[in-house]
Every structure is written in structure tokens, then in C-alpha cells.
Design a binder for this molecule. Structure first.
Ligand SMILES: [Zn+2]
Ligand SMILES: [Zn+2]
Length: 79
């Protein structure tokens, strides 16, 4: 039995509905494509730019206590 569970990279059009995000919420690239260390570091300080689930641009609001980012499809996340 093949034990590999490879995430297909490069095909931006098809995203299987599922668990956690497949897109980097900062740069919008697939998380399978290389390192996103810089993105992760930046995301500590900044709100996301893209929805990790559907890659839509998120509508970001800066709040007094952080931020709120809204995807029309997946709702709001806060940080
Ligand atoms: Zn990234
Ligand atoms: Zn979304």
C-alpha cells in the first residue's frame, strides 16, 4: 500500500473541500509550494490577505484589539 499522501501542487483551480487551508493566507500561494516562513513571521503581526480555504481576497478591518478578516464564503476570522 502506498503510504504517501501528497498534496497536489500547482493546480490552482481545484481545491478539495476540507479541513485546514491549502492556501497561504499571506502570499496566496499553495502551502505545499515551498516554505512560507516569511509569511508566517509576517502573519504574527499582520492580518491575512487571502482566505486559506478558497484564496479569495479577504476584507480586512483593523480593530482596536487586533483585526477581523472576512471571506464572503468562509466567514470572519479574528486575530
Ligand atoms: Zn506564503
Ligand atoms: Zn474563503
Amino acid at each position: 500500500m502506498p503510504a504517501t499522501d501528497t498534496v497536489p501542487a500547482g493546480d490552482a483551480a481545484t481545491v478539495a473541500g476540507g479541513a485546514s487551508g491549502v492556501w497561504c493566507d499571506r502570499c496566496g500561494e499553495t502551502v505545499a509550494a515551498g516554505s512560507h516562513d516569511g509569511c508566517a513571521a509576517a502573519r504574527v503581526l499582520e492580518p491575512p490577505r487571502f482566505c486559506a480555504h478558497c484564496r479569495r481576497r479577504m476584507k480586512v478591518q483593523v480593530l482596536p484589539v487586533g483585526w477581523a478578516a472576512v471571506c464572503v464564503e468562509h466567514g470572519e476570522i479574528r486575530g
